[in-house]
Design a protein around this ligand. Sequence first.
Ligand SMILES: [Zn+2]
Length: 254
Amino acid sequence: MHPVDLGDGVRAFFTTGAGGVSPAPWATSDGGGLNLGLNVSDDAARVATNRSLAAERLGAPVAFATQVHGDAVLELGAPERALWAADHPPASAGEGDALVTAERGLGLGVLVADCVPVLLADPEARVVGVAHAGRKGVLAGVVHRVLDALVARGADPARVRAAVGPAVCGRCYEVPGAMRDEVAAVVPETFATTDAGTPGLDLPSGVVAQLAARGVTAIRVERCTLEDPELFSHRRASAAGTTTGRQAGIIALI
Ligand SMILES: [Zn+2]
C-alpha cells in the first residue's frame, strides 16, 4: 500500500499486487495477490475477498466501476454507500472511467495495471473523485471531466489536491509512431522515446500536464508498473503470454 496525503478528512492510497489471497498469475513476487479486478480470469470469490481486505484498510466500503476507456463520470451517494456496505456488494457501480462522491464513508476505487490511476480531493468542499486514464482516457480528457464534476459539486481547482499513481512509464510504453503523434498532438507532454529508442508515450506526465492546465498540482508516485515486480502490469504479463491482476487507487472522505 502506498498512502498519499490529500488533506484533512481524506484517506487515500494506491494498492500494490501484494497483501491478498489470489495465486499466480494474479499475485506478485510478495505472495498472496491483491487482485481487485473482475474479468481478468481470477475467481470472483477471491476478488470479493481482496476487495473486502482493501475496504478494511480504508475503513469504508469501496465502489468500483466497469471501466471502458471513456470519459463518463458516475456520481455516487448515500444509496450506493448502503449497496457497497452490504454483505454482498455489487460487482460494479456501472460503466464509467471516473467516480465522484460527496458521501462520507464511501470509498471510490479505480482499477489499473499500466493505465494511470488518478485520485482527487477538495478537502474543504468535501468532495473526492477517481479517474482511470489510459491512452484513450487521456485523449478523451477523462481528467477534465472528473474535475468538472468536482467543480459542479463545489470544488475549487485551486484547492483540489491530486495524486497520480503507479503506471507504465514513457521509457517502457512503446507505441507505433503514428499513435505517439496522435496523442502528443492533443497532450504534448505525453511524447516519449523508450529505452529501446522507439516511439513511446508518457501517460503519467500527460495526466500531470492536464491537471496543471486546470491549476491542479499533483503528487506523483514515481513507480513504473512494468518495471516494478510488486505491481501488476498488463504489458509485462502479455509479453510473458499470461494474464495479471488489477491494483487500485482508492479514496474516501472520512
Ligand atoms: Zn518503465
